[in-house]
Design a protein around this ligand. Structure first.
Ligand SMILES: [Zn+2]
Length: 501
């Protein structure tokens, strides 16, 4: 059975979950669900990043220990993902003992292999990013380019990872793995950064205590980023369960935001090579959801919580919008107006309308019993084309294209009904053929959307009289025209997506 290991970045525990986090997590969830649907063995990982100066300072400001602080905050992400119907198989917290062991093992291997040296480091550091910046990267020469706040001059004795020794090996790796980083623009960005020359990087701190201790020198802790990246290995048994680790690594699919390209596409593959394991096989880079033209962040006060959106629109409409509106790889603008407009156009007027009118007319013309689809329906070819396109898009990690193709079948079916007007015709074989074909479209669509909007797909499945779940069908057979079994009761029910003002 093919395996599919997908990860989100782990989120900073003292950030409040916002729509930017939800965007990445819902997309990863839909891809995980799709791969389960096609029969892959799936492992879907998300979690929280809980070490570092920023967390320690926040705990201190709140008068509690870092342990108590992170225990208090981590559930906000767990709760947010439960509310959004996220199907992660594991939730990793970097403060867990299993992670401390994996970090020490991984960085210990790099040290044993001779790729870590001690030196003095002096640099301009943004506490919020947990990152040093070169002077020419700063805004106005003094401000963090992400947070727009002053950086601090820090000097400390550190252990350095000899990244510079991996320049050529990374270039070779990119050459032999042309599809490892997508989209291509992001691959080129990472590669040109590597070709511009790599400096050794400081990977430990003595100035903070809240981190994983360096096993060969306990005055130091690992810098939070090099601890965090290892989460992808911890969760699949690195250092503890070699068979399990070999089953899942390196065939991983990292979904990451474009602000963390260097960490994932340069540092991380080099560290894997230094530790003697293969670099990650796939890194898919997504853009930002902007609000009023700016990235969502604590400092710009433009955060929107996923909970406030699901309370307003419902879970599946939020999932649908996040999957459909902003292609993975591009930046998108998030606004309530945009979300309402798409909700009305796609969910209320297209999908909801089709479900409701088909059930209503089956009720009035077929005594509520679903007829058989017509083998020669024009919709059979429309569905087949959309199935091919949607399947390819899901497999390529592009949910927005999969949904776009799927909605084409729905629009064509609504148009077909408007031409045929079965609600005006006398009951009989012509009406049966039209409605049976529309029911067949709903069956196929339920399968195509179950990874995106699972509760909606299950409800459509139930209303058109099918048993089980659209998530449990066998592909590709279940997407072929003609599978709807006639003679099942079709239920009208409440509107799935009432129109919004
Ligand atoms: Zn910053």
């Amino acid at each position: 059975m093919p395996r599919y290991y997908i990860t989100t970045p782990i989120y900073y525990v003292n950030d409040a979950p916002h729509v930017g986090h939800a965007y990445a997590t819902v997309n990863a969830d839909a891809l995980a669900r799709w791969h389960r649907l096609v029969g892959d063995e799936v492992f879907f990982l998300t979690g929280t990043d809980e070490h570092g100066q920023k967390v320690a300072r926040a705990a201190e400001e709140n008068g509690v220990s870092p342990e108590a602080w992170t225990d208090r905050l981590a559930p906000r992400f767990q709760d947010a993902w439960r509310d959004l119907d996220i199907s992660n198989d594991d939730f990793i917290r970097t403060t867990e003992p299993r992670h401390r062991r994996a970090v020490q093992h991984f960085l210990g291997r790099i040290h044993d292999n001779g790729w870590i040296t001690k030196d003095t480091y002096r640099g301009l550091y943004c506490v919020a990013c947990e990152q040093y910046y070169a002077e020419d990267e700063l805004l106005d020469g003094t401000l963090c380019p992400v947070h727009r706040r002053p950086v601090e001059l820090l000097e400390e004795e550190n252990y350095f990872f000899r990244l510079s020794a991996f320049e050529q090996r990374l270039i070779d790796w990119y050459d032999t793995h042309p599809d490892a980083v997508v989209p291509e623009s992001k691959r080129n960005e990472a590669l040109s950064f590597i070709k511009g020359g790599l400096r050794d990087i400081s990977i430990t701190r003595t100035s903070i205590a809240w981190g994983v201790p360096v096993p060969w020198d306990e005055d130091h802790v690992f810098y939070v980023w090099y601890d965090a990246l290892v989460n992808y290995l911890t969760a699949i048994g690195y250092g503890e369960d070699p068979d399990r680790f070999a089953a899942w690594w390196p065939a991983v699919h990292h979904l990451i935001g474009k602000e963390i390209i260097r960490f994932h596409c340069v540092w991380w593959p080099a560290m894997c090579l230094a530790a003697g394991i293969d670099p990650p096989a796939h890194i898919q880079v997504h853009g930002w959801l902007l609000v009023g033209g700016e990235k969502m962040s604590k400092s710009s006060l433009n955060q929107i919580s996923p909970g406030s959106l699901t309370a307003e629109y419902g879970v599946d409409p939020v999932r649908y919008h996040l999957l459909r509106d902003t292609p993975l790889g591009s930046d998108g603008d998030f606004s309530a107006e945009g979300m309402t407009a798409r909700y009305n156009a796609d969910l209320a007027n297209t999908l909801g309308n089709l479900v409701s009118r088909v059930a209503t007319v089956v009720g009035s013309k077929c005594e509520g019993i679903g007829p058989a689809p017509a083998p020669d329906s024009r919709l059979a070819a429309v569905a087949a084309a959309a199935v091919t396109e949607a399947t390819a898009a899901w497999n390529a990690g592009q949910p927005h294209l999969a949904l776009e193709a799927t909605w084409r079948i729905l629009r064509e079916t609504n148009a077909e009904l408007e031409v045929a007007e079965p609600w005006k015709a006398d009951p009989g074989s012509a009406v049966d053929a039209v409605l049976g074909s529309a029911l067949e479209v709903l069956r196929i669509v339920a399968v195509l959307i179950v990874a995106a909007v699972p509760a909606t797909a299950r409800e459509i499945w139930r209303r058109i009289g099918l048993e089980g779940s659209p998530a449990d069908v066998v592909l590709p057979g279940a997407l072929e025209w003609g599978g709807y079994p006639p003679g099942r009761p079709v239920e009208k029910g409440e509107p799935l997506f009432p129109r919004r003002k």
